[in-house]
Write a protein that binds this ligand. Structure first.
Ligand SMILES: [Zn+2]
Length: 41
């Protein structure tokens, strides 16, 4: 099983089917931390 991880905060965003254990780093646009970055800046 593959795991989708946020680049910004390393939070697990979801999973996808894979034969082996894989970690896929995604942009944080689908994560709550993207909003936090905008607010903090
Ligand atoms: Zn994040």
């Amino acid at each position: 099983m593959g795991t989708i991880v946020c680049q910004g905060c390393n939070r697990t965003l979801g999973h996808f089917e894979d034969e082996k254990v894989t970690t896929l780093y995604s942009t944080n646009e689908n994560c709550d931390c993207a909003k936090n970055e905008i607010e903090s800046n």
